[in-house]
Design a protein around this ligand. Sequence first.
Ligand SMILES: Cc1cc2nc3c(=O)[nH]c(=O)nc-3n(C[C@H](O)[C@H](O)[C@H](O)COP(=O)(O)O)c2cc1C
Length: 410
Amino acid sequence: MNNINKELTLPNGITIRNRIVKSAMSEALGDENNNPSQAHIDLFAQWGKGGAGILITGNTPVDRLHLEHAGNFVLDPDSDLEKVSALVEAGKVGGAKMLAQLSHAGRQTPERVNPNPTSISDVRLDLPGYGKPDPLTEEQIPGLIQKYINSAKIAQDVGFDGVEIHSAHGYLLSSSLSPRINTRTDRWGGEPLENRARLVLEVVRAVRAAVNPGFIVAVKLNTSDFQKGGFDHEESVRVAVMLEKEGVDFIEISGGNFEAPKAYTHAKKSGSTEIREAYFLEYAAAIKDALNIPLMVTGGFRSASVMNDAIETGKTDLIGIGRPFITEPGFAARLLSGEIERAPAIEESFPPGEDLPRGAVLGWFCTQIARVGKEGHADLEQSVVEGHQQYQTEIENITQRWVAANSQRA
Ligand SMILES: Cc1cc2nc3c(=O)[nH]c(=O)nc-3n(C[C@H](O)[C@H](O)[C@H](O)COP(=O)(O)O)c2cc1C
């Protein structure tokens, strides 16, 4: 049973050489004009040699005023296409397919980037550092959809093999699905679910129609927001079916958002000895059953045996993996060849989240991702708290540079 090495042909006829996908991880290595830096390109060069079937970029905004991080690289008419092409070329050097994760951060746009970001409603993110959003107007919607089209076409022109439209983790399209956040009473909100799904469906339809048939169009979707009154599992299954009808090539399943961060479970809870692998897999089974197109599940996969079994039992087709690509950018080739049975899982040795500052584990990985780009490898000796603090300093530096360069934009 060596399923992870099997090819997979997507609905649009494109074949992926194996089942391991590097899921999106915000690299935050863009410059103040939101173009890739050399470190950014070098990071993808490492991943490009690493054996994965697909590499998905971190959040790649379609709109400069709705970044997830001041250091995102943007795909829009002002992008430096030479730098973006160099990044794509670096990622594809070993035969992986490259997808750009198109996003609009909505109400999760940092306040310093945009104090009043556009969101689906005026419901503010319940965390410090995020401003009061302005609800998207009916008149703004065609322009918003056009931004996704523009970014997808640029991605195609510079050599990406496809795009993944980010509709998970609480960003604009994901927040639109949530009854808790999307309080609209027009055709873009409320009941039936088709209203809350309208925005992501229209974006997907428009992008699919604008690109070549061989260009991959995927969507990242929450299996649930894991919030009271949020987008839930039953609705997720229904939206996945709606997305399939729009000609999506695969759907990636994750979960949670900034207020309920569930995507990066990392350590055993105090008092428990068990670390659960592939924590969204059981939820994904119902989505997989309802679909004919391939499914990708991301979050906690580490053992080849668990991955092979998940494919064998029909729970997923593609295995999304994040953090191991930071601690060891080339681990996938070794896992695929059978040289190792487990992907590196340094996070399992970290203290439980409740014993650390909020977001510390994520901050540590963000610091290491930058190190891989700048120095060629992560610093596995750095403590979680130190790595997190370094990341806070780095965010401040990038944000200051961005604000100075973009003061006229907001
Ligand atoms: C440093 C870091 C940055 C991330 N950035 C993104 C992102 O830009 N877009 C996204 O969809 N998920 C992002 N994620 C989530 C990952 O894609 C993935 O869902 C998560 O890490 C769980 O998979 P893993 O257990 O294999 O790491 C990020 C995760 C990490 C650790």
